[in-house]
Ligand binder design. Structure first.
Ligand code: BDR
Ligand code: CA
Length: 310
């Protein structure tokens, strides 16, 4: 079967890096472009991290383009307290030799979707600024995209604030544009990703993968530990896993509206599972054991191929 093509719009970021690794490792997926956005850390840092990961992991043929450095209207937020100032926690990768594409991320997204209508999936794991700008510039991308999956939002509670999840909180005006665009948004939010926790037991399975597990995967997955769960939710990995393993997710249709003006609730994804005009598909339950078997299995293959080639 032909691989599932995807563009990953991301802000690496510990879990974005793990999502990139899954997109690269699974032969059922074909990463066709990586676009970066300012979010967890500055655009300069997210882009440098994407470039370094590309060379370290060896997906050199995949274009990387830099996008928006700041949200549409607001001052930039960051999550340096989770991801570290540089964005990859304690991991330091060799400096990249090659640089970004000369075109903007928004242009690369539009071009890639236009050139192969109906065949490329768009996955966004950072603030939705680039996606909103792409929609404004070329509304037809909603017809060209094969599917659109985000990590963002929640239907119960937030993490950046009690009401809002970080990616939506960082740019609510962009999220509002994206959810109102007339396509179905697969919204993989916190209620789902908090079922994908890299516990110490999972971290030990990561270390068993060899050098890639010890040097990259486990350090990324254990740099920040949520005191409430004793592990790190690998949020963004869920969004990539959804493309190849949708059967691991139980999903419900819903109407999602973005709160942009609430004093205490800006960035909240108000989710109505009873709406007769849904704009989103919301995964609610994850088969966590199946998820980790799949993800660790793919990473194992990448780790083995790597130890043979180095
Ligand atoms: C999301 O916010 C970021 O910190 C993570 O990379 C993830 O995309 C989780 O709320
Ligand atoms: Ca992210």
């Amino acid at each position: 079967m032909a691989p599932i093509k995807l563009i990953l719009d991301c802000d690496p970021g510990l879990d974005d890096a793990l999502a990139l690794l899954l997109a690269h490792a699974d032969e059922a997926l074909e990463l066709v472009a990586v676009t970066t956005v300012g979010g967890n850390v500055t655009l300069e840092n997210t882009t440098r991290n994407a470039l370094e990961l590309r060379e370290y992991l060896g997906f050199d043929h995949v274009p990387v383009a830099a996008g928006a450095s700041v949200p549409l209207l607001r001052a930039a937020e960051n999550a340096e307290h989770v991801h570290g100032k540089e964005g990859l926690g304690s991991v330091r990768l060799p400096a990249a030799v090659n640089t970004v594409e000369s075109i903007h991320a928004v242009e690369l997204i539009i071009q890639t979707l236009r050139d192969a209508p109906g065949t490329v999936h768009l996955v966004a794991t950072g603030p939705l600024t680039n996606i909103a700008l792409a929609l404004k510039k070329e509304p037809k991308i909603i017809d060209w995209v094969a599917s659109f999956v985000i990590m963002g939002g929640s239907f119960t509670r937030g993490n950046a604030t009690p009401a809002a999840e970080f990616n939506i909180f960082a740019d609510p005006e962009a999220a509002e544009i994206v959810f109102a665009a007339g396509w179905e948004v697969v919204m993989i939010g916190l209620d789902l990703t908090h079922q994908a926790i890299a516990t110490e037991e999972i971290a030990e399975r990561m270390r068993q993968l060899g050098p890639l597990g010890v040097d990259l995967i486990a350090p990324l997955a254990t740099f920040w530990i949520d005191p409430k769960t004793g592990g790190q939710a690998v949020h963004d990995v869920c969004a990539v896993a959804y493309l190849t393993r949708p059967e691991l997710f139980e999903s419900k249709r819903a109407r999602v509206e973005i709160e942009t003006s609430g004093t205490f609730t800006a960035g909240m994804t108000v989710t109505d599972f009873d709406s007769s005009t849904p704009n989103a598909l919301v995964p609610v339950t994850l088969d966590a054991a199946g998820f980790w078997d799949y993800v660790l299995g793919e990473w194992h293959r990448a780790a083995s191929a790597r130890s043979v080639s180095v």
